[in-house]
Design a binder for this molecule. Structure first.
Ligand SMILES: Nc1nc2c(ncn2[C@@H]2O[C@H](COP(=O)(O)OP(=O)(O)OP(=O)(O)O)[C@@H](O)[C@H]2O)c(=O)[nH]1
Ligand SMILES: [Mg+2]
Length: 387
């Protein structure tokens, strides 16, 4: 069967050409966008549809092609497509080219607009394949919230050649999964340990610490004490003291490094959990005090968990990591995963510097909304698999 090419400035124009030549029974072989590849105002692009006359199915006809044929027979008849036909190039005779990506089957009640919308989506996908995989991966990572050097570096390794969207997505999932390091749950490690959550204001440090305390003491049967360094903020000490009383844990406060060191030395429990204050970015004195406290601990393994919300932007995550690096960060807790579906920024530091992920929190409930971090779980949250 001989297929002919029909060109127009858009789908409607090309379809009008098809309809004028073959009427409602036209068979569509392929639809694609052709461009001269020049930038800006020099760019010339048009839609090319290949079609043939007759009622027999085209050899390479796809569900998408049927959509177009249906659009020709029903939707196009409901409005004047021919009004634009005079501005389009004349059709020329060629053999059928490859079909475009298949779209979902048309439902009997689907409107002509719906058919055309899906035709346009298929065209956009077709257009996307004309961009380099590197650029498409960069765009995909940016949409996920991963930016800057991490995105550039990942994208530079994108597979070459024409690759479909699903394949690229699977590739990105694999790459991200392979780069995520995790920290074995500190509250489950043997021996004497001190665990502190540090990070910006209101990110969930105290809540995460309470979850760790409840899980370690009530579920794992570890002995636990809590020390609060957050002695300046109104109500902070009372908040933690009430929680400690509620589950029956020893509780101390410390205003400076010397008091902190004494409180740690006096603790007989396996695990000492430290609630830390948040600080304004410019408040170097309070950061210095925090570093002094945490760096001065002796006789215990120390875990300093940088606590960040899932919705943080890459640049802010970078800035926060820099700010707290002197504390000796050993792992990252990502909180508030229930509040966003774009978590790339929070993963930025994990991927950029290989900092291991320790815990994930997807809600404020103590201790239910705490899970040990895993590459599977965080990758699924970043790029959900398509079922
Ligand atoms: N939705 C949701 N809310 C959370 C989560 N973790 C903590 N929160 C809530 O976030 C708010 C702040 O939590 P805090 O634990 O007080 O945060 P913080 O970092 O200790 O705050 P400051 O000490 O004031 O810097 C509270 O209302 C918590 O209930 C979480 O994973 N999901
Ligand atoms: Mg707090």
């Amino acid at each position: 069967m001989q297929f002919e090419q029909f060109r127009g400035r858009d789908v409607a124009e090309a379809l009008a050409q098809v309809r004028a030549a073959y009427g409602a029974n036209a068979l569509i072989g392929s639809t694609r966008v052709i461009t001269n590849g020049k930038p800006g105002g020099l760019n010339q692009s048009f839609v090319e549809v290949t079609a043939a006359a007759g009622t027999a199915p085209a050899p390479s006809q796809t569900p998408f092609s049927k959509d177009i044929a249906r659009a020709v027979s029903s939707a196009a008849s409901s409005r004047s497509l021919s009004s634009t036909a005079s501005r389009t190039p004349a059709p020329s005779r060629v053999t059928a080219s490859r079909p475009v990506a298949a779209a979902a089957a048309v439902t009997p009640t689907e409107s002509a607009v719906g058919v055309e919308l899906r035709a346009l989506r298929a065209l956009v996908e077709e257009l996307a394949t004309q961009h380099k995989p590197k650029d498409r991966v960069t765009a995909m990572l940016n949409a996920l919230g991963l930016e800057g050097e991490v995105a550039t570096e990942l994208a530079s390794k994108a597979p070459r050649g024409k690759t479909g969207g699903a394949a690229l997505r699977a590739w990105v999932r694999g790459e991200v999964h392979g780069r995520i390091r995790t920290l074995p749950s500190p509250i489950e490690q043997p021996g004497l340990r001190l665990i502190a959550c540090v990070g910006p204001t209101g990110v969930g440090k105290t809540t995460t610490l309470a979850k760790l305390a409840a899980r370690a003491y009530l579920e794992l049967g570890r002995s636990v004490a809590i020390i609060s360094l957050d002695t300046f903020r109104v109500g902070a000490v009372e908040q933690m003291r009430r929680f400690a009383q509620l589950i029956g844990l020893p509780f101390e406060t410390a205003q400076d490094a010397s008091a902190f060191s004494q409180a740690v030395a006096a603790a007989r429990e396996d695990i000492v959990l430290v609630d830390t204050p948040s600080r304004a970015p410019a408040d170097m004195a309070s950061l210095k005090r925090l570093v002094e406290c945490l760096r001065g601990v002796t006789g215990r393994e120390v875990d300093v968990l940088l606590t960040i919300p899932a919705s943080i932007r890459s640049r802010d995550a970078e800035r926060v990591a820099e700010c707290y690096q002197d504390c000796g960060i050993t792992g990252v807790c990502i909180t508030k995963l229930d509040e966003t579906d774009q978590i790339g920024g929070a993963l930025h530091g994990v991927l950029a510097h290989g900092t291991p992920l320790a815990y994930l929190c997807a809600g404020p409930r103590v201790p239910e909304d705490l899970e040990d971090a895993s590459a599977d779980s965080i990758t699924e949250r970043l790029i959900p698999s398509e079922h």
